[in-house]
Design a protein. Structure first.
Lengths: 114, 113
């Protein structure tokens, strides 16, 4: 597609439920990132993939968060046993550069945990 | 600990005037800086960047200035237009961190007629 595509756009989950958020990066982009943006804050880094390899997961807040990119294209961010503090916008971004370069963000998946 | 700070949560500027958005950072390992613009319900959009080997970068109406000794950067928009009304995020990365960005909390710019 033309841009980074994320689904679902909006998700309401009951506390304790598992959720899966999908990201379809720009075709051919090697690098893929997940960020979490809480209300009134800037995006915070969660994890980074270079092709299918997860090179940095230092930002994942707990072991309830898991991300994968098995074939080096589509990525899924999974949150197990959701809690209210997980409510945020989850932004996926991709880049064609292995190092620096402009990264392109998707519109985000808005997660509300009730 | 907020490594990238945008101390002004909002700014209002008249159309045609200059908008100046400020950003301070504390991590001396940051060597690449970016500005992103965000409209409601959309993802951030890249605006302009600057490497620490430069002190100025210009792209049309947008200019970013970097003062390394003060650990301060600013984004100038001249002239400001109503379509520039958005939230602006400053972001920074360290060498070798492959675009892992640390963002500020954003400044909401409103350009009035």
């Amino acid at each position: 597609g033309a841009g980074v595509s994320q689904s679902p756009r909006y998700k309401v989950a009951k506390r304790g439920q598992d959720v899966a958020l999908r990201c379809d990066p720009i075709s051919g982009h090697v690098s893929l990132f997940w960020y979490q943006q809480a209300l009134g804050q800037g995006p915070e880094f969660l994890t980074y993939f270079q092709n299918e390899a997860q090179l940095d997961k230092s930002g994942l807040p707990s072991d309830r968060f898991f991300a994968e990119r098995p074939e080096g294209s589509v990525s899924t961010l999974k949150i197990q046993r959701t809690q209210q503090e997980d409510s945020a916008v989850y932004l996926c971004a991709s880049s064609s550069y292995m190092d620096r370069g402009q990264i392109y963000f998707g519109e985000g998946s808005w997660l509300t945990v009730v | 600990d907020q490594q990238v700070k945008q101390n002004s949560p909002s700014l209002s500027v008249q159309e045609g005037r200059i908008s100046i958005l400020n950003c301070d950072y504390t991590n001396s390992m940051f060597d690449y800086f970016l500005w992103y613009k965000k409209y409601p319900a959309e993802g951030p959009t890249f605006l302009i960047s600057i490497s620490s080997i430069k002190d100025k970068n210009e792209d049309g109406r947008f200019t970013v200035f970097l003062n390394k000794s003060a650990k301060h950067l600013s984004l100038h928009i001249v002239p400001s237009q109503p379509g520039d009304s958005a939230v602006y995020f400053c972001a920074a990365s360290e060498s070798g961190t492959a675009s892992k960005l640390t963002f500020g909390t954003g400044t909401r710019l409103q350009v009035t007629l």
